[in-house]
Design a binder for this molecule. Structure first.
Ligand code: HEC
Ligand code: HEC
Length: 204
C-alpha cells in the first residue's frame, strides 16, 4: 500500500470518493493559479471587459503618424497589418503619400503598434471583433476594409461620407466618432456626422 493519500487505492484498485474529490480540488486550484487573473475573468465571464479599443498613446507615434489623419489606435488592426504598413517600401508609397521615417523612428513606431495591436488587446471589445472578423490569410492595410468595420458602415449614405466635404473618407474616423481619439470609443451613440444631424437623432 502506498502511503500518499492521493495515490492510495482500496482493494478494488480505485481511489475512494473522498480522495478523488480532494485530487479534483487540487487540480482545479493548480489550474486556476496557472491562468493569469485577467485571462480568467475573460474566460469565466465570456466577454471582454472594456468597450472600444485601448486608448494608448506614444509620442513618437503621434508625431510620426498623426499629421495627415489622427494617429489610429493600434488596437484597430492586427500586428501583421501594422508590420506590412510599416515596411520601408510601403511607407515610401503610403496610399499615394510619402510617410517615410528614419530607421530608428520606424522601429520605435513599429514596436508600439505591434505590442498594442488588436490581437494583443483581447480585453477590449472592438479589438476582439476586429481580430475575429479578419480571415487568417488576409492582411488588411486599411481599418476601413476590416470586415467588421466595413459592415458597420455599409448603410451610411455616400452623401454623408465621400460626398461630404467635411469628411471625404471613411478613414477619417474621428470626424464622426466624437469620443474616438481620446477615449478609444466608437459607440454608435457617440457619432456626430459633420453637416448632418447627430446620428443618434437620425436613428431614433
Ligand atoms: C503624409 C501624410 C501621411 C502620413 C505622415 C501618414 N499617413 Fe497614413 N494615410 C495617409 C493617406 C492620404 C491615407 C488614405 C486616406 C484615405 O483613404 O482617405 C492614409 C491611410 C492610412 C491608413 C488606412 C486608413 C483606412 O482605414 O482607410 C492607415 C492604417 C494609416 N494611414 C496608417 C499610418 C501610419 C501607421 C503612419 C505613420 C507611419 C501614417 N499613416 C502616416 C497619409 C499619411
Ligand atoms: C461619416 C462618419 C463616420 C466615419 C468617417 C466613421 N464612422 Fe464609424 N460609424 C458611423 C456611424 C453613423 C455608425 C453607426 C452605424 C449604425 O447605426 O449601426 C458607426 C459605427 C461604428 C462602429 C460600431 C459602433 C457600434 O455601436 O456598433 C465602429 C466600431 C466604428 N464605427 C468604427 C469606425 C472607425 C474605426 C472608423 C475609421 C476607420 C470609422 N468608424 C469611421 C460613422 C462614421
Amino acid at each position: 500500500m502506498i502511503s500518499s493519500p492521493f495515490l492510495a487505492v482500496n482493494n478494488a484498485g480505485r481511489m475512494d470518493i473522498q480522495q478523488e474529490n480532494t485530487l479534483k480540488k487540487i487540480i482545479l486550484l493548480v489550474a486556476l493559479w496557472a491562468i493569469p487573473a485577467t485571462a480568467m475573468a475573460h474566460d469565466i465571464l465570456g466577454f471582454p471587459r472594456h468597450k472600444g479599443v485601448e486608448p494608448v498613446v506614444n509620442k513618437k507615434y503621434s508625431s510620426s503618424c498623426g499629421e495627415c489623419h489622427y494617429a489610429y489606435h493600434p488596437g484597430l488592426l492586427p500586428s501583421r497589418s501594422w508590420k506590412k504598413l510599416l515596411e520601408p517600401k510601403s511607407l515610401e508609397n503610403h496610399f499615394g503619400d510619402n510617410a517615410e521615417l528614419s530607421e530608428k523612428d520606424r522601429l520605435e513606431v513599429l514596436a508600439f503598434l505591434t505590442e498594442n495591436a488588436s490581437e494583443t488587446t483581447w480585453h477590449f471589445k472592438r479589438s476582439v471583433k476586429i481580430t475575429q472578423s479578419i480571415p487568417e490569410d488576409v492582411t488588411p492595410l486599411r481599418i476601413s476594409e476590416v470586415p467588421y468595420i466595413k459592415k458597420k458602415h455599409m448603410e451610411i449614405p455616400r452623401e454623408m461620407v465621400k460626398d461630404n466635404p467635411k469628411v471625404r473618407s471613411l478613414a477619417q474616423c474621428n470626424k464622426c466618432h466624437t469620443e474616438a481619439v481620446e477615449k478609444g470609443q466608437f459607440s454608435r451613440t457617440n457619432v456626430d456626422i459633420p453637416n448632418f444631424r447627430n446620428w443618434a437623432d437620425l436613428i431614433d
